[in-house]
Design a binder for this molecule. Structure first.
Ligand SMILES: [Zn+2]
Length: 451
C-alpha cells in the first residue's frame, strides 16, 4: 500500500488511483526567463523519483509538466536584450530540458506551453464567465472568489481572513481585492485577440486548462513547490470547481523549499546555486542523493557539507556495486540472473526499500535501506562460496533500487584480456608477490578499470 501526505486534507492517505494500475501526474514547471537553480530542481528530481517508484511498482505512469512561456519576467528580459519573447522562452526551454536530462530525469510525457494553449484558455475563461464565476471589467477578466464556498482550502485560509489581510488598491477595478486575473488587457508584450479585446492570460489559468486538455478530467496527483500552494494552486482549484465541479487532483503534493545556509535562496538576494553549476562540480548521482537525503516535505538547508556527505554516500554505494559487478563478470560468465529475486534475505532488503518509499516517498529512509542492502552485498561478495545466482539477484535488486532514485552506475564488462590481467593480479596477491601485484594493479588502473 502506497501512502501519500495529501496537502488538500493534511493527512496521510492510502493512494487509490482513478484507474487501476495507472497514475496521472502533473507538476507545475518553470517560468522560462532564466536557468533553473537547485531550489527549482528539487521538485524536478523528487517528482521524477515519485514517477519512477510508481513504474517500479508496476503502474503505468503519465507525467506532465508545463513551461510557463508568458510572463512579465519574460517580457522584461526580452526588452532588456532587445529580442522577442519567443527567443527568450525558446532559449530557456532548451536549456532547462537539457538540465532535466543531465539530472537523469525520465522524459516527461508532455511539456505543454501556454502559447500553444491560448484557444483553450480563452474558451475556458468564457466558460467561467458563463457559469457566473468570472466577470469582465474594461477588457480585463477576473475570477470572483466569493462564488467558491471553500476558497483557500488548500492553504488553510478563508475568504474572510484573506479579505481582512488584503491591501486595497484604490486604482483596482475588481469587485474584491482577492479576486484574481484570468485575462489581462495589456499593451505590453505579445497579445492575443479575445472576446474581451487584446490581451494575455493570467498565470493561474494555464495549468487548469493544460491538465484538462491532456488528461480530459481529474488526475491522481498534482504537485509543485510549497510556495505554489497559495495563491497558484488554490486558484487552480477554485477555477476547476467552478468549471468542472472537481478539485483537479485527488492528491496534492508539495515539496519544501531549499535555503542557503539558513537564508532564503532567491535570485534577488544573489545567493543562488544554479543547477548546471552544481552539475559541473559533481555528478548527477551525487546531486540527486543530496536532494533525496532529505524527506521532501522538510526544508533543505543547503551547505557544502551536504555535498561532501552525498559524495561519500555515493562512493560507498558505487564501491559495493562495482565489486559485485566485477565478481559476477569475472567468475560467472552469464550476466543475467537465472532466477527472479527469490533469495529470502535479498527479498527482505528489497521490502524495506519498498516500505520506505511507500511511506509518503521517504527517500531518506529508502537510502538507508540501500545502505543496509550494500552491507549485505559486501558480505556476499567477500564470501567465497556465494552462489552465482544469488550474486546476480543481488545485482538486479541494487539496480532496481538505484533506478528508482534515478542513479545509474554504468560499467563495461571486461574483455578476456582484461580478465586475465585481473586473475594474474589476484594470483600474485595470493602468493604474496607484492611487487608483481603492484605492477599488475597499475596496469589495471591504467586501463580505467574500477575494482
Ligand atoms: Zn501550475
Amino acid at each position: 500500500m502506497i501512502k501519500i501526505y495529501n496537502s488538500l486534507t493534511n493527512k496521510i492517505e492510502e493512494f487509490i488511483p482513478l484507474r487501476k494500475n495507472e497514475v496521472s501526474m502533473y507538476v507545475c514547471g518553470a517560468t522560462v526567463y532564466n536557468y533553473i537553480h537547485i531550489g527549482n530542481s528539487r521538485p524536478v528530481i523528487f517528482f521524477d523519483t515519485v514517477a519512477r517508484f510508481f513504474k517500479y511498482m508496476g503502474y503505468k505512469v503519465t507525467y506532465v509538466s508545463n513551461f510557463t512561456d508568458i510572463d512579465d519576467k519574460i517580457i522584461n528580459k526580452a526588452k532588456e536584450e532587445n529580442v522577442s519573447e519567443a527567443e527568450i522562452s525558446e532559449r530557456y526551454i532548451k536549456a532547462i530540458k537539457e538540465t532535466y536530462r543531465k539530472l537523469n530525469c525520465l522524459p516527461h510525457d508532455a511539456n505543454p506551453k501556454v502559447t500553444e494553449n491560448i484557444d483553450g484558455i480563452i474558451q475556458f475563461i468564457d466558460l467561467l464567465i458563463k457559469k457566473d464565476g468570472a466577470y469582465v471589467i474594461d477588457g480585463d477578466v477576473y475570477f470572483d472568489v466569493s462564488k467558491i464556498a471553500d476558497y483557500g482550502q488548500l492553504s488553510g485560509q478563508t475568504i474572510e481572513n484573506l479579505m481582512s489581510g488584503a491591501r486595497i488598491d484604490p486604482n483596482e477595478k475588481k469587485k474584491n481585492p482577492i479576486d484574481f486575473t484570468l485575462w489581462k488587457k495589456t499593451e505590453e508584450g505579445k497579445q492575443w485577440d479575445s472576446p474581451w479585446g487584446l490581451g494575455r492570460p493570467g498565470w493561474h489559468t494555464e495549468c487548469v486548462v493544460m491538465i484538462d486538455s491532456i488528461f480530459k478530467g481529474p488526475i491522481d496527483i498534482h504537485g509543485g513547490g510549497l510556495e505554489l500552494k497559495f495563491p497558484h494552486h488554490d486558484n487552480e482549484i477554485a477555477q476547476s470547481i467552478c468549471a468542472h465541479n472537481h478539485k483537479i487532483a485527488n492528491y496534492w503534493m508539495h515539496n519544501g523549499r531549499i535555503d542557503m545556509s539558513g537564508e532564503k535562496m532567491s535570485k534577488s538576494l544573489g545567493n543562488v546555486i544554479w543547477a548546471d553549476e552544481l552539475l559541473s562540480r559533481t555528478s548527477y548521482q551525487v546531486y540527486r542523493l543530496l536532494i533525496l537525503n532529505v524527506p521532501y516535505r522538510q526544508p533543505l538547508d543547503y551547505k557544502e557539507e551536504l555535498l561532501v556527505q552525498a559524495t561519500t554516500d555515493f562512493e560507498k554505494i558505487q564501491r559495493t556495486y562495482v565489486s559485485l559487478f566485477r565478481k559476477i563478470d569475472l567468475e560467472f560468465a552469464e550476466m543475467s540472473p537465472t532466477n527472479g529475486l527469490v533469495d529470502s534475505e535479498l527479498l527482505s532488503l528489497q521490502s524495506a526499500f519498498i516500505e520506505a518509499m511507500s511511506d509518503d516517498f521517504n527517500t531518506a529512509n529508502a537510502i538507508t535501506a540501500i545502505f543496509a542492502a550494500t552491507k549485505h552485498v559486501n558480505l556476499l561478495v567477500r564470501h567465497g562460496k556465494t552462489e552465482g545466482d544469488v550474486l546476480k539477484q543481488a545485482l538486479k535488486m541494487l539496480d532496481g533500487m538505484l533506478w528508482v532514485l534515478g542513479i545509474n552506475i554504468e560499467l563495461d564488462r571486461l574483455t578476456n584480456e582484461e580478465k586475465e590481467l585481473i586473475f594474474q593480479w589476484q594470483e600474485a596477491r595470493k602468493n604474496k608477490d607484492f611487487t608483481l601485484a603492484d605492477t599488475l594493479r597499475e596496469k589495471i588502473t591504467n586501463k580505467g578499470i574500477q575494482l
